[in-house]
Write a protein that binds this ligand. Structure first.
Ligand SMILES: [Mg+2]
Length: 345
């Protein structure tokens, strides 16, 4: 992409997306940081050359984020950069994989260097936090802002957390409060533009549970990250594992700010169907509960048991209707479950 007035693709990449490459290394060598990350040849050639760790499996995932579909276009560039990488890192977290490398394909409606500077700050801030190196990418011009990131991680052979491992009798548990991101999205649409507001922050700047996934991967039977909403993602876990689930809705952790903002019944509805939480949903044998809890608490996290895996298919449980508690069978709700990624709340 280039015209007379704006810098071309390679200049933009050099300015904003080669931040981990020391200037002296921009020809053929890699920096010390990249060498530590297993980068043999980084940005600047047709491909990056990467050295996977011996004996480990590569975990790969790709996600596209579109303006006004996956994030509001009027969010700060920094938040958009953070969020685009966070949702991808969350897929590595869900498998218990250690982040290694990512590539970025960016489609921009216009070259706005102030925006790019903020975007790169949000992106690199999270990348450095999780030791993942940007090793390649592409910038094109298009009508809509679109961000596609492919992440690579590694995980021990037989060590990945999968969706097919849940067994009847397992406990179902989550790593943190649910529904806050949905509450934040609603607050944003109601005009709340303070990105430090706790609910807005939960939506715009999720914290992928990367360390958590790695530390408990050998203790759990199955799991995934909650991106579409608890009921929808639990449905995915049950379908792949050939099991059902019984939820204790009263045990689902809700953020106080969410309950204060929406009231108890709607907060629970946001937790069940809202999506974009990026907490982990885990199935674990009851005799692993103490060990998993301790591992998560060591990282400053928590384990909330919210139900059990059943042999009978289908999701059952109790939910508050606002006028009391009612038994439900989630088949219908699941079919209607909003797929967390739509921006409209
Ligand atoms: Mg996922």
């Amino acid at each position: 992409m280039s015209d007379a007035a704006t810098p071309g693709e390679f200049e933009l990449i050099r300015r904003y997306f080669m931040q981990d490459v020391e200037p002296a290394c921009r020809s053929s060598q890699v920096s010390a940081h990249q060498a530590r990350a297993g980068v043999v040849l980084g940005q600047g050639d047709d491909c990056a050359l990467l050295a996977p760790s011996p004996g480990l499996r590569l975990a790969v995932s790709v996600d596209t984020s579109l303006a006004d579909v996956h994030f509001p276009r009027d969010a700060s560039a920094e938040a958009i950069g953070h969020r685009a990488l966070a949702v991808n890192l969350s897929d590595l977290a869900a498998m218990g994989a250690r982040p290694r490398w990512f590539v970025l394909a960016l489609t921009l409606p216009e070259v706005d260097e102030q925006w790019l500077d903020g975007f790169a700050r949000g992106l690199y801030g999270l990348a450095r936090e999780h030791d993942i190196a940007l090793v390649g990418g592409d910038i094109t011009r298009g009508r809509e802002l679109s961000i596609t990131i492919t992440v690579h991680g590694d995980v021990p052979e037989e060590g990945a957390i999968t969706r097919h491992g849940a067994r009847p009798g397992d406990l179902l548990a989550v790593t943190g409060a649910l529904g806050s991101a949905h509450g934040g999205l609603r607050a944003w649409f109601d005009g709340q533009r303070d990105e430090h507001h706790p609910l807005v922050q939960a939506y715009l700047r999720p914290s992928p549970r990367v360390g958590e996934g790695m530390s408990i991967r050998h203790m759990v039977s199955g799991g995934l990250d909650i991106s579409d909403g608890l009921l929808a993602d639990l449905g995915h876990l049950c379908a792949r594992s050939g099991v059902g689930a019984c939820l204790e809705a009263g045990a689902i952790p809700l953020d106080q700010a969410l309950v204060a903002s929406l009231g108890e019944a709607q907060a629970l509805e946001a937790a069940l169907n809202g999506g974009d939480d990026y907490e982990l949903l885990l199935a674990l044998a009851p005799d692993q509960e103490a060990a998993v809890r301790q591992a998560l608490e060591t990282l400053g996290g928590a384990l909330h048991v919210i139900g059990r895996v059943t042999a009978e298919p289908g999701i059952t449980g109790v939910v508050s209707t606002g006028r009391g508690w009612q038994h439900f069978h989630a088949q219908d709700q699941q079919a209607q479950a909003h797929h967390g990624t739509g921006v409209a709340p």
